[in-house]
Design a protein around this ligand. Structure first.
Ligand code: 13P
Length: 247
């Protein structure tokens, strides 16, 4: 069985001082834990996180990556630059970027491709809005989002991580029930199986108000291979409880 992956998405939070305390507590808390742990930090703190997490088994991730290789793209972060800082994962297509930066399925697919080409594992986020769920469109939406990434990445698709993050569950305290989440994860697994014979290797994470109280049940579902954790990843004891539930 593959190890679960618990990734924290700090979003636009943190400071040199608070990061240091958080990372030191996480490094102390994850020693001898049998699962994969990552923190996706704001870009200015990649070097700090890399330094503090070095040798601890905690991987560092970014929250985005440019689809471009290099050049006149002010404000963008290239995959090779991220690689310079030891970045192992890059979140792509988070719903906050799809919503506030108008990122399309096609753009997300290119970002995933660029990450893979530099040896960075893209964490590809998919998920429906509340209106889409209520209209019975959940499966169609997540399949459309993942299909673009499969189409652009061909046989490399077994190298990605997928995160199912229902938009209505992000930062709201509302979680998909374990059964609701599993249903969508099974759809995504089926879609990956049609694209690669290594679909079982792919981690499919759940994200959306995961916390110490609900993690164990969510993580016990067949196709839930870990979590992408927002708010609860900013508090060391809470994040460590989620990690403990996964290990
Ligand atoms: P919350 O855990 O704060 O709901 O955020 C989830 C998320 O968006 C992780 O990427």
């Amino acid at each position: 069985m593959k190890k679960k992956l618990i990734a924290g998405n700090w979003k636009m939070n943190g400071s040199l001082t608070s990061n240091e305390a958080l990372l030191q507590a996480l490094v102390a808390g994850v020693a001898d834990k049998e699962c994969l742990v990552a923190v996706c930090v704001p870009a200015p703190y990649l070097a700090q996180a890399q330094g503090l997490a070095s040798g601890s088994g905690i991987d560092v991730g970014s929250q985005d990556v440019s689809q471009h290789e290099s050049g006149a793209y002010t404000g963008e972060l290239s995959a090779t630059m991220l690689k310079d800082f030891g970045v192992r994962y890059a979140i792509v297509g988070h719903s906050e970027r799809r919503q506030y930066h108008a990122e399309s399925d096609a753009l997300v697919a290119l970002k995933a491709q660029r990450a893979l080409a530099s040896g960075i594992t893209p964490i590809v986020c998919v998920g429906e809005t509340l209106a889409e769920r209520e209209a019975g469109q959940t499966e169609d939406v997540v399949k459309r989002q993942l299909a673009a990434v499969i189409h652009a990445n061909g046989h490399c698709i077994s190298e990605i991580v997928v995160a199912y993050e229902p938009v209505w569950a992000i930062g709201t305290g509302k979680t998909a029930s374990p059964e609701e989440a599993q249903q969508v994860h099974a759809v995504l697994r089926g879609q990956l199986k049609a694209a690669t014979q290594h679909a079982d290797r792919v981690h499919i994470l759940y994200g959306g108000s995961m916390n110490a109280a609900n993690a164990k049940q969510l993580l016990s579902q067949d196709d839930i291979d870990g979590g992408l954790v927002g708010g609860a990843s900013l508090k060391a004891p809470e994040f460590l409880s989620i990690i403990a539930a996964a290990c």
